[in-house]
Design a binder for this molecule. Structure first.
Ligand SMILES: [Zn+2]
Ligand SMILES: [Zn+2]
Length: 361
């Protein structure tokens, strides 16, 4: 069943279709045939939120799917592989992995942002980015430019909605100054000393959170994926496996309740900011904050990332490119020789200037 689900034979020649990001349809590289992607669901159906409490109690079988996921022993990424692939390289860290036949039950993705950037465009974006890094080792740049393949990966995310109402008690600080006369070294002078007057306050704030995005995997550093934001979530399309043809999907490893905890921490930070704004004044203290969180719903979604992992002189370098906007983030490689050279040039320049200055005197 899983086999039939993720293979898309061309109806003319039987070779595999792949999703073409530029045209937004299925394309056969073998014979050039194309096919549109049929949506089995309307957008409204697909984007319908799932009740979080109900999900914790147990999801209905049609929200769950069996996936053939392979875990990388080096970095912990779990990646979906086609059934006919038995040995491959982990797309996240370039370590060879042997695939087994294990399957795991996962909550089905509801929606995704399809790739709109081609591999060529992603590679261009990456090379531009690398090109601007003067300190990057030339060998690495060359290696990246020659072009190992980039991997198009759908990265798993949770999004949460929630309605919150909070009551708080705290204090508003008002700054004022008092004049004080001090005697220093026999001289008398008046100085202004800053003081804060605190008054007790209490109040309420309310906020509806829409689509709080939480990364549902740990295989890429959070700093990487955060840097790929913003995502145009208003463009989410219903999940249809055809979008994954020729791409790879990462399974989530951050379970739903843990994802929710992270979303709640984020909401708490925003609410504290709201409360401080509500308190006003020059300084704010929050002594007590009670938040009532209601109507929590969630979706599991996939976002498109082009990824390159290079092993260069024993180190792994990773680069990620937002599959829609082309924004790039990566490990910053430094060339020791280039840095040493820059330091020496700097010293020579400084020395030369010193020599001339000395000569002028
Ligand atoms: Zn074909
Ligand atoms: Zn790995």
């Amino acid at each position: 069943m899983t086999e039939a689900e993720h293979r898309f034979p061309c109806d003319q020649c039987g070779a595999d279709f792949r999703f073409d990001p530029e045209a937004g349809l299925l394309r056969c590289d073998h014979c050039g045939n194309t096919a549109p992607i049929e949506m089995s669901q309307t957008r409204a159906e697909a984007l319908r939120e799932i009740d979080f409490e109900a999900a914790l109690a147990g999801l209905s079988p049609d929200e769950i799917e069996e996936k053939r996921l392979v875990k990388c022993q080096n970095c912990g990424a779990t990646v979906e592989f086609e059934p006919d692939i038995h040995a491959a390289e982990c797309p996240f860290c370039a370590t060879p992995i042997v695939t087994d036949t294990g399957t795991s039950r996962q909550i089905k993705p509801k929606a995704l942002l399809a790739f709109s950037l081609t591999e060529r465009a992603a590679k261009e974006a990456m090379n531009n980015w690398l090109g601007k890094l003067w300190f990057a080792p030339g060998g690495l740049k060359e290696y990246a430019r020659k072009g190992r393949k980039m991997q198009g990966i759908y990265v798993p995310y949770w999004t949460f909605d929630a309605d919150t109402k909070s009551r708080y008690r705290g204090q508003r600080g008002t700054i004022y100054y008092v004049s004080r006369t001090v005697t220093r070294n026999g001289k008398t002078e008046t100085i202004q000393e800053q003081k804060i007057r605190w008054t007790n306050v209490s109040g309420r704030v309310a906020r509806f959170f829409d689509d709080v995005l939480v990364l549902a995997s740990r295989s890429l550093p959070k700093a990487f994926t955060d840097a790929l934001a913003p995502w145009d979530l208003s463009e989410l399309t219903p999940y249809t496996p055809e979008f994954l043809a020729g791409f790879r999907a990462e399974g989530y490893t951050v379970e739903l309740p843990d994802g929710y905890d992270e979303a709640e921490e984020y909401m708490e930070r925003v609410i504290r900011r709201d409360v401080k704004f509500d308190i006003g004044g020059d300084r704010q203290r929050i002594d007590q904050l009670n938040t009532d969180i209601r109507d929590v719903t969630f979706k599991h979604i996939l976002l498109p990332v082009w990824l390159a992992a290079y092993k260069y002189r024993g180190k792994t370098y990773r680069f990620v490119v937002n599959g829609r906007t082309g924004s790039v983030k990566g490990e910053r490689p430094y060339s020791a020789i280039k840095i040493a050279f820059a330091v020496i040039v700097g010293l020579i320049v400084a020395g030369t200037i010193g020599y001339f200055l000395a000569g002028v005197e």
